[in-house]
Structures are given as C-alpha cells and as structure tokens.
Design a protein around this ligand. Structure first.
Ligand SMILES: *Cc1c(COP(=O)(O)O)cnc(C)c1O
Length: 386
C-alpha cells in the first residue's frame, strides 16, 4: 500500500536520536531550546515553545491569550478537530466560518460578514483560528486587517504549513498573528513522532505558554512570591499541564529541520506532476497561486459531479483496492457527533460540506518515488475512465 503520507527518516536523523539517548538528558535538556531557537530562526519569529503536540500548543496559545468561559473561538469546519477542541478545553464556545470553495481556506468574505453581525449581537469572538489547509496559506493580510478592526486575537493553525510562505513572509513569523502553531506528527512536513510548537513575537505570551507546558511552575526568581528560599525552590503560579516534549524528539526535529527545504522541493515536484497529469480528468484540482508558496502537506483532488457520475465512494474504494492508501480530509468538524450535540447541523457550512463530499487525498510525501507517483496517476486515470 502506498500511504497518503508518511515520514522520511535518514541515517542522520536516526544517529541524532541515538546520540541523545546516550547523553545525560532524555527530556527537557539542551535539545529542546536548540530546536526552538532553530525553528524560530527559520521562520523569523521572536520566540518558540516546543510541546508534545500541536494540540497542546493550541491549548497553551488559547490559555495564554486569556480564552475562558463566556468567550468564543472561531475556526473553519474543514480542519482536524483539534483546531476547535482547544476552545472547549478552556471552557469557551466554538463557532465556525465557512471555507472558500476555491482556496479551501477560511473565506475572508464570510468572515467579514459574520464579524459585522456578531458585533451587532455583541458576540464577537476573542480568538480566530485560520487553518492553512494542505499547506496553502490563508489570506493572512486580509484576515489580520479584519481581526485588528474588530479587536480579535489570531492563532494560525499551521500544522500543515511549516516551510510555506505568504509572499516572502514565512508562515510562522507571526507577522499576521499573535501565535502560530506547527505539528510534527509523522504525516506532517517534518516530524518528531509526536510534537508541536507555538511561535510568537510576544515575550509575555511565550512565557505564559512555557509555564503552561509544565504545570504552571516557574523557576524564575523575578516571578516568585517568596524570593529568598534555597535553590531547590520553585513556585506554581497558575494551572498548567505536562505538555513537555523530550530531548529525544527535539534531536529528531532539529535533524529533520535541516531537510525541510528539500522535503518541500520534492513535494512541489510531485504536485506539479499531479497538476499536469490529472488535468483533463473529471476532477477539480488544487488551485495554485503565485502569491504564496504551499508546503503541499496534502494533495486533495475533488471528484467533479458535473463531469462524471462516478461517486467519491467508488473512486476511494477502487483506489484502496488497488493499493493506494487514499484518505479524506476533512470530515467537517461541526458534523462530528460531539459538535452536533452542541447544536450544529448539516447545511450550516455548505462549502465545507460540499468539499467533503467530493474530496480524496492522494499520496503526497517527500519519500514518494517517481514510479510511485506514476502508479498513482495511472490508477486514478483508469478508475475515472473505466
Ligand atoms: C495534525 C493537526 C493538528 C494536531 O496536531 P497534533 O500534533 O497531532 O496534535 C491540528 N490541526 C491540524 C489542522 C492538523 O492537521
């Protein structure tokens, strides 16, 4: 089976992990800040806080931005459930903004309309979480203008998008947001097995997220209530969690970061090959643009119901039977039973729902060989022209 995504580990990556295993530190040693500094430098952000997942980083970011009961967080339905769950963790409420049918990212027009309405109703969100779907950056300049106009904080869920750029601006620089979150799960662009990171240019937010990562504890004298205890002394100032990442994971992440640019170049090649070979089939292909650079985390095709009577289900099953590990991203979050129980229902976000009905993610990862790409292309073609 050719999977839809997978990690790419080199001997150097493995050596980096083994070296850390032989060192004095397995967790919270020198590799954590090394990895943080390297990623912050790579994207041009002031501060980085590495955690055990992007989900933890989203939770930490929401908490640091003061999200709590009575507040709203808005995100898109076309995402992984974690982009919404972070609000619920904080006791806040979630609402969604539909996607644009072309970009598959948060619709700026829908957002503006919803914000105007929410302002009148006195229900403006505290935080908006745009998601760079499949590695294609959202229109962050426009989203930031709206957020500033209505006084709202922004967290970019860039789980798919390390290495992507908006113009010359790397995703993660936080030029257009308060916090940006990356995921290092094995199917994402670079991996630490499990892992994530929050980037910010705000020193106060960075400090709050770092404390949240480890039980709300500080070892900084300047922050303590009692400052003349011995050197064993620490204080818990707020409620935090154990969201720490290990040195072993950060050693892997640091080594993977060296390979990021090559990973994305390979993904770009594969995407270009797909774009070229699949046009002319009854499919809607990802929209490209010169304004941004996608990191091509996913390559999601849509079956075009105007051009074929073949269903998404039969294309999906046909490809799976032929050894292509296709997947579907995403089941709209508001249609999950958990969210339906909160009052959401079918028909509320038509673009995300229609996209979901048509979408199939075909294999896309740096280690995919040319002959595997060709195999995918031929099988998609033969399924669609049977
Ligand atoms: C993978 C993913 C997450 C969660 O990442 P973890 O590191 O697995 O917690 C959140 N949001 C999106 C859009 C993702 O794809």
């Amino acid at each position: 089976m050719i999977p839809y995504g997978r990690q790419d580990l080199s001997q150097q990556d493995i050596d980096a992990v083994v070296e850390t295993l032989k060192s004095d530190w397995l967790t919270t040693g020198p590799m954590v800040p090394k990895f943080e500094v390297a990623v912050a430098k790579f994207v041009g952000a002031g501060h980085a806080v590495a955690m055990n997942s992007a989900t933890s980083a989203l939770h930490a970011a929401c908490s640091a931005l003061g999200l709590g009961p009575g507040d709203w967080l808005w995100t898109v339905p076309n995402t992984f459930v974690a982009s919404a769950n972070c609000a619920i963790y904080c006791g806040a409420k979630v609402d969604f903004v539909d996607i644009d049918a072309k970009t598959l990212n948060m619709s700026v027009d829908a957002l503006e309309e919803r914000l105007k309405k929410a302002e009148v109703e006195g229900r403006l969100p505290k935080i908006i979480v745009p998601v760079h779907f499949a590695g294609r950056p959202c229109d962050m300049p426009a989203i930031k203008r709206l957020a500033d106009r209505f006084g709202i904080k922004l967290i970019e869920d860039a789980s798919h998008a390390i290495g992507a750029r908006i113009g010359d601006e790397p995703v993660g620089s936080c030029r257009y947001s308060d916090v940006t979150v990356f995921s290092f799960h094995p199917v994402k662009i670079i991996t630490t097995a499990e892992g994530g990171m929050a980037l910010t240019n705000d020193a106060g937010l960075a400090k709050a997220m770092a404390r949240f990562r480890s039980h709300g504890i500080t070892r900084d004298r300047a922050e303590m209530h009692i400052s003349d205890e011995g050197t064993w002394y620490y204080e818990q100032l707020s409620l935090g969690y154990n969201y720490r990442i290990t040195d072993i994971q950060c050693a892997l992440g640091l080594s993977q970061l060296n390979r990021l640019e090559n990973f994305i170049r390979r993904r770009e090649q594969i995407a270009a090959r797909y774009q070229d070979a699949l046009k002319g089939l009854p499919l809607i292909l990802p929209e490209e643009s010169k304004i941004f650079r996608s990191s091509w985390h996913l390559y999601a095709i849509q079956i075009d119901p105007d051009q074929t009577s073949l269903s998404r289900r039969s294309l999906f099953d046909g490809l799976r039977e032929r050894g292509i590990g296709v997947n579907v991203h995403y089941i709209p979050v508001h249609l999950q039973p958990f969210y339906r129980a909160l009052g959401f229902s079918v028909g509320q976000y038509p673009n995300a729902e229609q996209y979901y009905q048509r979408a199939i993610s075909i294999p896309m990862y740096a280690g995919l060989t040319d002959s595997e790409v060709q195999q995918v292309i031929e099988l998609v073609r033969s399924e669609l022209t049977r």
